[in-house]
Design a protein around this ligand. Sequence first.
Ligand code: PLP
Length: 236
Amino acid sequence: MELAAEELKQNLANVRARIRAACERAGRDPSGVTLLAVSKTKPIEDIQVLLGEGQKAFGENYVQELKEKYEALGDAAEWHMIGHLQRNKVKYIIDKVCLIHAVDTLRLAEQIEKEAAKHDRIVEVLMEVNIAREETKWGFTEEEAPAAAKAMGALPHLRLRGLMTSAPITKEVETNRPYFRGLRELARRIDAQHFPNVRMDTLSMGMTQDFEVAVEEGATIVRVGTAIFGARDYHM
Ligand SMILES: *Cc1c(COP(=O)(O)O)cnc(C)c1O
């Protein structure tokens, strides 16, 4: 179901206000939180409406869809790849994205390194951590993360900027607070090791169900789809 332009604008304004309020509760500067509008399955026209409202950053999950939207809108938007990425598809997005959120294996990191080198480019990435230890989720465990960060730091065309997680689906958002806090704590521990070429200034966490709690716990990027674009229809 597609929303009218006015509704999209209102939704965006509401999400922005909720982020500001969460920042206020946590004593944070709202300029430290980037709202990533997750536009997967949503039409280019919706993205154009939001661009007109000053929304710059858009998140996509599927390589083919990201490619098509990039071809239509180019660098008018900042494109973030947030979905699970297969190694053989890295080459299609390497020159289009400003951040790859879900680097979940070293083999994927090495593939990104290889493609980035071909383009003579440094690509910023986040490491996905399965902080809640869900069996169905991708990502490094908390225990694996420090050594993986060190290994990624050794790849010259990759710049590890921080961590990303998807917390469990829940109706009781407070149950996710410890996971967000745990991700922030893990980033702090990795930072303290001063691995070369590794920075931990970015925490991508929080979606429609729980972005306010994530902001309160230190998110620097929240990934919000449904609260802006309305429910997704995967049967197109
Ligand atoms: C789809 C998706 C989101 C956005 O989810 P909403 O609940 O619609 O806000 C955020 N992060 C990832 C990784 C996603 O795949």
